[in-house]
Design a binder for this molecule. Structure first.
Ligand code: ADP
Ligand code: MG
Length: 571
């Protein structure tokens, strides 16, 4: 600590480059070690990264707060949030030019994800912070640096990272809430369900860009219709009652603006755990549920979309369909086939974001446009095969077509934000009013190709340098390419996007993407590495762990790879 103080004194007023000597150094403070992993080159560049390492003899977190996978993730997440709160109180922030004075941690949103910002083990607590080393112009402000590093940081550590300084109940509640959700998600499988929504859940959000719950005054809480009510056991909340969505085919119907999409969106995001107070902390969805939508304009590389689309004009191949600009229906078909290839077990779809001609083709249209003149086999004719042959369930919002009554196992109606089970009614309407439409789905679902990504088609470099970046949850810059992830709706955190970009690079560098392994196998290997070594593997720089990754699902890693415009595969 004295050494650091002396150094900062020496470099006061010197050129910014003098800070660089800090990189790779460790300074020993009374309560913790301060590691400089990375030091920025100027006050405007990406901030410096430091790690704070506290011995457990000092931090004193009880084993029970981190001794299982889910507890560890929840505790790390919780401490990240506390750090974020305390930084706002303790650290003065901007002082000087550019990022001077910044102290930040990679703050989470409504989900509890595995992150690289804080890591608690039985030996130590490590927290990774981003710091803007202060300067005026390019001249080092040594005195300000001293204030940040020698006064603010130690206070921050004491108030956020010592077990004894933390309020006990919210910490325990955070961990238990996550543990309950994991437990409930496992129970879904045993009970033959694909999703569960507890009574009293708050599903609507404040806005499209604010994921916090709508206030309790405005929101109508969710309650299960009696016929779909099930009870799940949780370790910490006891028995929880709510609506179970069984495997098979479920459609959500109801008038416009009655809460259909809101329900589906809650299911999309409940593949992840939510924080206490979110309103969805007892909503769980099968972890391999995938949102499917139309995404016209996306690129598609050799996907067999013949289950849905064949006989295109001028004999275009749909067995290994390629397009630089897929249409609404072909993109939706490709999204399904790619999802199945990557391991999706439940498809979530909303008519609002689907291509109409992909969803329905009614009796009258069948009469006017003969089957051999219509390349599209609508989803309604494949949905049953998906379940009976592949075991893949579907939850579909469709207020616009009663044709789906013929294929649905469960029909849920949203009526002024309240759910009703109208399965019986829909069934009798279907038998009293036959649609007389022909079933056009053929005998089998069709083949799902196992495509082998070719490494030479993925270039992480721009010029000589590796360049992989992402600033939002909607895009990754990968070398010269920009991967558009705007329509990959189950990426919920920009830190997941960042991890995806770097994990693709990792898989390239480690020869996991070797041109011979199919995508599904590549995803399994990445998953196993993440399981064993954690998010650390994603860092492109040796000995430079990154503090701003959040773990993505394999389904979203695949989604990014599939959207890289240069991707080439062998089939
Ligand atoms: P639909 O898909 O049936 O047209 P949405 O799910 O888009 O309807 O919901 C319409 C509006 O109602 C949205 O602004 C949404 O935030 C709001 N909303 C949805 N569910 C609830 C609820 N349970 N309580 C209060 N407002 C809700
Ligand atoms: Mg809607």
């Amino acid at each position: 600590m004295e050494k650091l103080k002396k150094f900062l004194n020496q470099i006061d007023n010197k050129g910014y480059k003098a800070y660089k000597d800090l990189q790779g150094q460790t300074f020993i403070f009374p309560d913790f070690d301060l590691d400089f992993y990375y030091v920025q080159g100027d006050p405007f560049a990406g901030p410096s990264q430091v790690a704070i390492k506290i011995d457990q003899k000092i931090a004193r977190f009880p084993e029970a707060t981190f001794n299982t996978g889910v507890r560890n993730i929840a505790l790390n997440d919780y401490l990240t949030r506390i750090l974020d709160q305390k930084i706002k109180i303790i650290c003065r922030g901007r002082r000087g030019t550019g990022k001077s004075g910044l102290v930040a941690v990679d703050a989470p949103g409504q989900e509890i994800l595995e992150r690289s910002s804080v890591r608690v083990t039985s030996g130590q607590v490590e927290a990774r912070l981003f710091i803007g080393l202060p300067a005026r112009g390019r001249k080092i402000l040594g005195r300000q640096a001293e204030e940040m590093l020698l006064e603010e940081i130690p206070r921050l550590v004491k108030s956020a990272l010592f077990f004894t300084s933390l309020e006990r109940n919210p910490l325990v509640n955070h961990i238990q809430t996550a543990e309950d959700q994991d437990f409930m998600r496992d129970e879904l499988q045993e009970k033959g369900l694909v999703a569960f929504i507890a009574n009293g859940s708050i599903l609507p959000r404040r806005s499209g860009i604010d994921q916090r719950p709508l206030s309790r005054r405005e929101a109508v809480p969710f309650y299960s219709p009696p016929s779909l009510e099930v009870e799940l056991n949780t370790p910490h909340t006891g028995k929880v009652k709510g609506m179970g969505i069984p495997r098979g085919i479920t459609i959500i119907v109801g008038g416009g603006y009655h809460g259909k999409s809101t329900l589906l969106r809650a299911l999309e995001r409940s593949v992840y755990n939510h924080i206490p107070g979110d309103g969805r902390e007892h909503v769980v969805t099968n972890p391999e549920a995938l949102k499917i939508r139309a995404e016209d304009g996306r690129r598609v590389e050799k996907v067999n979309i013949t289950p849905f689309i064949s006989n295109l004009p001028y004999g275009q191949d749909t067995g290994a369909f390629c397009s630089d600009e897929a249409s609404g229906s072909t993109s939706q078909a490709a999204n399904i086939l790619e999802g199945l290839e990557a391991g999706a077990k439940v498809l979530l779809m909303d008519e609002d974001t689907s291509a109409t001609n992909f969803m329905i083709r009614d009796m009258r249209m069948q009469k006017l446009v003969a089957k051999d003149k219509e390349p599209i086999t609508p989803f309604i004719d494949k949905i049953s095969q998906l379940y009976s042959e592949l075991g893949v369930s579907t939850i579909l919002v469709i207020g616009g077509s009663g044709d789906y009554f013929d294929v649905a196992d469960t029909v849920i109606m949203m009526d002024e934000y309240r759910a009703r089970d109208v399965s019986q009614e829909a069934r009798s309407i279907a038998s009293d009013n036959k649609t007389l439409r022909k079933i056009e789905g053929g005998k089998n679902f069709g083949e799902i190709l196992q495509r082998k990504p070719q490494p030479q088609s993925l270039n992480p470099r721009k010029g000589k340098k590796v360049k992989i970046k992402s600033r939002s949850d909607e895009a990754i810059q990968f070398g010269r390419e920009n991967i558009n992830l705007q329509n990959v709706e189950q990426i919920v955190d920009p830190s997941q996007t960042r991890a995806i970009g770097d994990l693709i690079f990792f898989a390239l560098k480690e020869n996991i993407i070797d041109g011979k392994k199919p995508l599904a196998e590549i995803l399994k290997i990445i998953e196993k590495e993440l399981e064993e070594k954690g998010l650390e593997i994603a860092s492109p720089f040796p000995n430079q762990p990154q503090g701003n990754y959040a773990r993505p699902r394999p389904l979203e890693i695949a989604a990014a790879l599939n959207r890289l415009r240069t991707l080439q595969v062998r089939v």
